[in-house]
Design a protein around this ligand. Structure first.
Ligand code: CUA
Length: 325
C-alpha cells in the first residue's frame, strides 16, 4: 500500500500534461469548473446510492410475506422535489460556466500581450509572431504574466492545440481561424499535444511552450532576428553544403517572416531547441542522425522525403544544424 502511495506521489510530480495542475489563469478557471461539476456529481451519486440501499433493505421481501405490497402511483411533492433539486444544481453549474466561457472567449488584444499565429500541419506546428516578424516551429516561446493571443489555423487537416497546464484544447481547422488565449504565471516548459486525430502520426505531433520572464523573452526575440550563425568546423561546413542542396527548399534556417508557410518546420537557432521532430525526442546528435536517415520509420506519413544520404553526410548535417544558435 505504501508503495502504491509512493508511486502515485512520484507520478504526481512528473506528469507533464495534467489538466489538474494549472499554471495560468485560463487553466485555473477551467479546472475550477471541473472540480465544481465533479463535487456536484459526487454529491448526487452518494445521495442516490444511500437512498437506493436503504429502500432495498427496508422494503425487501421478508419470510412468510406472500402478499403484494400496496401499489402507489404518483406523489406530487416527491415529483416537485426531484425536479427542483436538479434545477438548482444545474443553475449552480450554469452560472460560473457561462461566466468562464465568456471570459475565455475574449481573445481580443489588451495592448500588452503577444499575438501568435499557430498553424497545425501533419505532423508539426508553425508559430508565427506577426508583430515581431519572426517564425519558429514546435517550440512556442512566450513571456510570463502576459496574455498570449493565439490565432489557430491549419494547412491540411483538422488538428487541435492543447497545453493541459495552460489551457484547454481548441481545434485548428483548414480555411478558418479560431481564437484562444493563454497565460503562464511562472517561467518553465509546458508540454503540448495535438488533440485531434489527424493521421498516422497524430500521437507524434507534440510541442513545447517555453515561458520566459519578459526580459528573457525579449532576448530570445533578439536572438531570433539575428542572421544564422556561420559553421565553425569543417564538418559543419560540409553539412551546410548538403543543407543548401537537399533541405533548403523546404526548411529555413532564418526566422524571418518570409519563411512563413514553408513545407518543412523552420529551423532557426535549431541548436537551442530542447526537443526535435515535434517534441517527440531529445534534441541530440544521435537522434538527429537517426531522424535524417529514417524519418518515415520514426514518424510515418510525414512529408520529409528519403534524402538518400549516407551516415557520414547525415552526421555533417546534424553537426551543422546543432550549431545553429
Ligand atoms: Cu495533428 Cu493530431
Amino acid at each position: 500500500f505504501m508503495l502504491t502511495v509512493a508511486a502515485f506521489g512520484l507520478v504526481g510530480c512528473t506528469v507533464e500534461q495534467s489538466t489538474l495542475d494549472p499554471k495560468g489563469p485560463v487553466a485555473e478557471q477551467q479546472v475550477s469548473l471541473i472540480y465544481l461539476s465533479f463535487w456536484i456529481m459526487m454529491g448526487v451519486t452518494i445521495v442516490v446510492a444511500v437512498i437506493l440501499l436503504y429502500v432495498l433493505f427496508r422494503y425487501r421481501a421478508r419470510k412468510g410475506q406472500e402478499y403484494i405490497p400496496e401499489q402507489v402511483e404518483g406523489n406530487k411533492w416527491l415529483e416537485i422535489t426531484w425536479v427542483v433539486i436538479p434545477a438548482i444544481l444545474l443553475t449552480i453549474l450554469l452560472v460560473p460556466t457561462i461566466s468562464v466561457t465568456y471570459n475565455l472567449a475574449d481573445a481580443s488584444d489588451d495592448g500588452d500581450g503577444v499575438e501568435i499565429v499557430v498553424t497545425g500541419k501533419q505532423y508539426w506546428w508553425e508559430f508565427y509572431y506577426p508583430e515581431l516578424g519572426i517564425v519558429t516551429a514546435n517550440e512556442l516561446h512566450i513571456p510570463t504574466g502576459k496574455k498570449i493571443h493565439l490565432h489557430l489555423e491549419a494547412s491540411d487537416v483538422i488538428h487541435s492545440f492543447w497545453v493541459p497546464k495552460l489551457a484547454g484544447k481548441t481545434d485548428t481547422i483548414p480555411g478558418r481561424t479560431n481564437y484562444m488565449w493563454l497565460q503562464a504565471d511562472e517561467p518553465g516548459i509546458y508540454s503540448g499535444q495535438c488533440a485531434e486525430y489527424c493521421g498516422s502520426s497524430h500521437a507524434l505531433m507534440a510541442f513545447q511552450v517555453v515561458a520566459h520572464e519578459p526580459e528573457e523573452f525579449d532576448s530570445w526575440v533578439a536572438q531570433m532576428t539575428e542572421p544564422p550563425s556561420e559553421p565553425q568546423t569543417q564538418l559543419a561546413q560540409e553539412g551546410q553544403e548538403i543543407f543548401t542542396q537537399s533541405c533548403a527548399s523546404c526548411h529555413a534556417v532564418e526566422a524571418s517572416e518570409d519563411t512563413v508557410g514553408m513545407q518543412g518546420p523552420n529551423l532557426a537557432n535549431y541548436g537551442n531547441r530542447n526537443k526535435m521532430a515535434a517534441a517527440i525526442m531529445e534534441n541530440n546528435k544521435e537522434n538527429l542522425v537517426d531522424w535524417i536517415m529514417n524519418p518515415q520509420d520514426i514518424k510515418p506519413g510525414n512529408l520529409m522525403p528519403d534524402l538518400d544520404i549516407d551516415e557520414q553526410q547525415a552526421e555533417a548535417l546534424a553537426e551543422y544544424l546543432l550549431n545553429l544558435k
